[in-house]
Design a protein around this ligand. Structure first.
Ligand code: SF4
Length: 298
């Protein structure tokens, strides 16, 4: 991007206590994210960090004092990349994520890294030495044209290759199918494509709560007008039937493939070579309620 604003900033600490259900600490080596996904929920970060530039067009590169006692994180869950991508193209030069991993090396921390980039391959040797390391690649489409409309990250093929390389190297991998775009994301095709190279397939629906709602609705109107009605029903009318039907369809599909379809991730308890488990995380509570209803009625 031509008008990218990049600056280096000093921070007191690189690890923050997290209130996410999946980890005890979150770690973000950058503020902002130059992948600039149109649906990015992390774009709310702009408000807290004094940035007025469009999301995707700025990046603060963090410098922090060396982690004093890395061993104190032994056995703790650290999530790297909750509000940025730790393997942005700029990481190739600044190496902040690599520095973080070097500082935590031998600590015994349980790291989980989420990315849309195959630059993560550079750090494979470092990552695989962490106990129970998890690497998650985001893939919400196999259609390269839609992908490039939505983000500035690397191609889907490159993400799939990176996932496979980590999996073959014995690192637990997740295919993060998120966000699922109604009528566009072909979740069955993605599951089929990744089922032999990951341990977990995580399904999450598109949420349009942030300031990006208008941009996405306009995009649908202009490029997929036949879906406009559906999107209005879901995102203005709060109609959940699309997700309920998709849930049932994917459950059946998982059964057909012999895969477990659950609402709580227990993949770490399974042997590495077991088939991947599919976790459904859309409309978590409501889906559970509707499942009870279906059961009662059925
Ligand atoms: S890669 Fe993740 S953090 Fe970065 S813009 Fe996309 S969704 Fe947001």
């Amino acid at each position: 991007m031509e008008d990218m604003v990049i600056k280096e900033i000093g921070v007191k600490s690189i690890l923050s206590r997290s209130n996410l259900p999946v980890c005890e600490y979150s770690v973000n080596p950058y503020i902002g994210c130059t992948h600039g996904c149109k649906y990015c929920y992390a774009s709310f970060m702009k408000r807290f960090t004094g940035h007025s530039e469009p999301w995707g067009s700025f990046l603060d590169v963090k410098r922090w004092p060396k982690i004093k006692d890395p061993k104190k994180y032994a056995g703790k869950e650290l999530f790297i990349g909750s509000v940025t991508d730790p393997y942005l193209p700029q990481e190739e030069f600044y190496e902040r994520t690599r520095e973080l991993l070097m500082q935590l090396k031998g600590s015994g921390a349980k790291i989980s890294i989420a990315t849309k980039s195959d630059l993560i391959l550079r750090d494979l040797d470092l990552i695989k030495d962490f106990p129970d390391a998890r690497v998650s690649l985001s893939i919400n489409t196999l259609d390269e044209a839609f992908r490039s409309d939505m983000d500035n990250a690397v191609s889907i093929e490159r993400r799939l290759d990176a996932m496979e390389t980590f999996y073959r190297a014995g690192v637990r991998t997740t295919c993060f199918v998120s966000p699922i775009f109604p009528g566009i994301t072909d979740a069955e095709a993605i599951i089929r494509r990744v089922k032999d190279q990951c341990n977990l397939i995580w399904l999450e629906n598109l949420n349009l709560r942030g300031g990006y709602k208008k941009a996405i609705m306009d995009y649908i109107e202009n490029t997929h007008p036949q879906l406009s009605h559906l999107y209005r029903d879901i995102y203005s009318g709060r109609d959940r039937s699309y997700w309920e039907m998709l849930d049932i369809r994917l459950k059946d599909y998982a059964a057909e493939l012999g895969l477990d379809y659950v609402t709580n991730d227990d993949s770490m308890k399974r042997p590495f070579n077991a088939p991947p488990v599919i976790v459904n995380y859309f409309y978590h509570e409501q889906i559970k309620r509707s499942a009870v209803k279906v059961k009662k009625n059925g």
